[in-house]
Design a protein around this ligand. Structure first.
Ligand SMILES: *Cc1c(COP(=O)(O)O)cnc(C)c1O
Length: 397
């Protein structure tokens, strides 16, 4: 008899054979500058908790209070019985923070992309993506029946070419949706959203930006990429983001017009058919917005730490790629060397992971570091010293 589940073991072992399986590390205690990872005290240098908010007293307190006042769970999906006053308050606060007419919160950023994208464009429509867009965008596009176009990474001229070709097609697409990450998570570069938005406007296309790594980082007080480029709001019809990165909690969101959010919640299956956030999550997200609005020092500190690290690494002779943000890749080239470097800096007390093929192209392996506002100057210098020692051992500098 054929074993119906033999593929589980075979496919897993094939991954192990290629060294492509994930070996999960265990964090004991909070995501703080100094953490316990697999039993070792190390400097956290790869979390998305840019501003240290996941462990901020105001967020923790808000979560505890919400459990006391509203319970542990919401009891339902939002369209039925799980739409609490806290959910409504969070959306109002977020819309104000983003200077948008309205915001809508999803369970995760992944749920926002995979739920909304296929509703914005379908049969007879065209979705045009940056070639390096995030996997959740790719899945959202796959769920859509729209035609697909791709433009070269962060290249508005190439986007113009794809838009021009679409215009000449017969019949031309009914609707066109241009989608890009705001900050690209492997390289730390920023999408030229101002030029993308003007091109889209010239061609009557919608713009959807996924600002997961830009929020809390770019723009006035961490308001994100739309604020960073001062793009007129009506030119970016969908500004999508997440509470799981700089906001320090969990949850996806989209901001734009009230027509957008009304459409989105009536049509997104991920939103309609999945339970709403527990009160503690919602209250912590509201507190994160409070902190961003009242404690501007975190964003400033993030950028100060980023400059200190980038300058020191460049001075040492490391190749830190084309990053313009607190994501700093330390380019290594060879996958095996990147893995060795990561293990060595871990021994030296710094936690940052290698990013290797197939996550990035062959020969483009790197250690991806993500800066954190909660690090002191001494912490940043400690990380630099670990890279210097390990980099010299590996002959990289
Ligand atoms: C992390 C990330 C997401 C997913 O967000 P979650 O809220 O964690 O599901 C989506 N897009 C991009 C670009 C991301 O970096």
């Amino acid at each position: 008899m054929r074993d119906p589940v033999s593929f589980l073991k075979e496919e897993y072992e094939a991954l192990v054979g290629q060294d492509l399986d994930w070996k999960l590390r265990v964090l004991a205690g909070p995501s703080a500058p100094w953490c316990h990872v697999d039993g070792k005290r190390v400097l956290m240098f790869c979390s998305n908790n840019y501003l240290g908010l996941s462990n901020h007293p105001r967020l923790k307190e808000a979560a505890i209070e919400a459990v006391k006042s509203h319970g542990a769970g919401s009891g339902s999906v939002r369209p039925i019985a799980g739409n609490m006053d806290l959910h409504v308050e969070l959306e109002e606060r977020l819309a104000r923070f983003k200077a948008a007419e309205a915001s809508l919160v999803y369970q995760t950023g992944f749920a926002a992309n995979s739920g909304l994208i296929p509703q914005l464009a379908g049969k007879d429509d065209l979705i045009i993506s940056d070639e390096l867009n995030h996997g959740s965008i790719i899945d959202g596009v796959r769920l859509s029946h729209a035609d697909r176009g791709v433009y070269k990474h962060a290249d508005p001229d190439d986007l113009g070419r794809v838009l021009g070709e679409a215009e000449k097609a017969s019949p031309p697409p009914r609707r066109i949706l241009v989608i890009t990450d705001g900050v690209f998570s492997m390289d730390g570069d920023i999408a030229p959203l101002d030029r993308i938005a003007s091109l889209a406007a010239e061609h009557g296309a919608m713009v959807y930006v996924d600002d997961a790594h830009g929020e809390g980082v770019l723009g006035e007080g961490g308001r994100g990429i739309v604020s960073h480029f001062r793009v007129p709001r009506e030119r970016v019809q969908v500004e999508m983001g997440t509470f799981s990165k700089a906001f320090g909690v969990v949850g996806g969101h989209v901001s734009g017009s009230r027509e957008l959010t009304r459409f989105a919640y009536n049509k997104s299956r991920t939103w309609l058919l999945s339970g709403s956030h527990p009160p503690a999550v919602v209250a912590a997200c509201i507190a994160a917005i409070d902190v961003l609005e009242s404690e501007p020092e975190h964003v400033k500190r993030l950028w100060d730490n980023t400059s200190r690290f980038k300058k020191a690494m460049k001075d040492l002779g490391f190749d830190i790629g084309r990053s313009e943000t607190p994501i700093t890749p330390v380019m290594v080239g060879d996958s095996a060397v990147a893995k060795r470097l990561s293990l060595r800096i871990f021994e030296l007390g710094v936690f940052a992971l290698p990013i290797v093929y197939p996550m990035v192209a062959q020969g483009k392996a790197r250690i991806r570091t993500i800066m954190n506002a909660a690090l002191s100057d001494e912490d940043v210098d400690f990380a630099v010293a670990a890279f210097e020692k390990a980099g010299k051992e590996q002959g990289l500098v």
